[in-house]
Design a protein around this ligand. Sequence first.
Ligand code: BES
Ligand code: MN
Ligand code: ZN
Length: 511
Amino acid sequence: MNVELKTLAAAAAARHKCDLLAVLVPDEVPAGEDPLSSLAARARDQQDLEKKPGSVLQVYAPEGVAARRVALVACGDGSARSVRKAVLALAAGLRHPAVQRVALVFMAPPADGAVRAAVCAADEAAYVYTATKGKAKAPAKGAKGADPGAGAPSSPDALVLGVPEAAAVRAEFDAARGLAEGIAFAREWANRPANHATPTMLGEAARELAGAPGIECTVRGPAEVAKLGMGAFLAVARGSEEPLRFIELRYCGAGKSDAPVVLVGKGITFDTGGISLKPAAEMDEMKFDMGGAASVLGVFRALAELRPAINVVGLIPACENMPDGRALKPGDVVTSMSGQTIEVLNTDAEGRLVLCDALTYAERFKPSAIIDIATLTGACVVALGGVRSGLFASDDALAAALERAGEQAQDPCWRMPLDDEYGEGLKSPFADVANVGGRPAGAVTAAKFLQRFVGETPWAHLDIAGSAWKGGAAKGATGRPVGLLVSYLLGAAAAPAAARKGSARARAAKG
Ligand code: BES
Ligand code: MN
Ligand code: ZN
């Protein structure tokens, strides 16, 4: 969606012509003689607009206001969190087929982070999936004689974000737009059905991202991956007709000697479970099993816009997990790139098999940190639901930075334990390690498995099985945790480069 920042005080907002004028009304309604201020004050006085963030009062063509419809929406204390709630509450209005031009107006000067929250939430609320919808359309928007209320929901063409003083929030606004593009990119790719988002197509999407300055990309196929010795990744891909892709994206925004952050995204474009086949119910949702990969692509989309002074590498092992005559079987032993052999007791625990080889590969960049992102376990959904992603980390400073980034971006995570005792169930009589432990603490044993494949580098694992998409009637990808990751990376860019190099050197000396 096309978003523009404008100085629009309440009086000017009242004169602004659009289909929907959404006004963010704080607890304390700012005093004013203009029509919008009086409308908001009256609505509040008459108790027609509650204070609870997200409460909405819609008004049709009120006096003295140029917009066809006005939505007063309560934004509580005006914090980023409350503004996000308020804007998300406008979703139905934003997607109304008769709404093309929208203005979203802050009555009061926005609090820290509120502009970012507004831009990202508006983009999210206005999103309508169209990629694989048929072309047959209801009468065009605004067509003569068309029932303006009929027709499928659609995103508005343009949104004006109005604030009392644009110059004061210009930088935050520009950064927010870059972030929103990244989130949207991840959401869009994650939503695409598996036959429209094959490993090959993900590789092409990555190559296109590499058109931007500072971004390079290498896409490898089965032969090259075999040469690298990625026996675990290859084994998962064996059951599918779709050739695997190992995608490597490199963003260089700092000096060559600056240690990069490596992001590793699970790219299972469809997870049937393999020979350990999943039940049919809701299996369609396993098209979202490349949500980690999508988030890595989304981060690079945002990096292309934001161009921070850091280096980032993105790695995506992408393949399908299918049952077939050549597929991996329970009990098979495979040799990972690290040399460790793995007994595959359950072919449905495939994410860790593709990730472990990518984690081994990640070490060659001598990174300052490795972060993997994966829709890894149903157990994480049971533990945390869709509110917080599961965070596992070998390094307290990295964990704290990611927790902070999540809070800041309103894309929160929750740290989980990594005691060695949790790894004991992974013992195998036939290999160095088994790919599953028992049922208890399934999200933790999965993380313990991954931890065997990282060395001294600070490492974190985000289990996004619950947060990457929503099920039910509102089924769809969320674009998480792009917000968390970008926020973390921008924080790393703000840290002095000397500190980053220093810590990398200290570790090199130690190891
Ligand atoms: N992609 C799934 C994890 C998943 C399940 C994500 C449900 C979101 C919702 C993963 O590959 C998987 O199948 N994991 C198994 C592991 C088990 C076999 C140890 C699981 O969680 O059931
Ligand atoms: Mn699986
Ligand atoms: Zn999976």
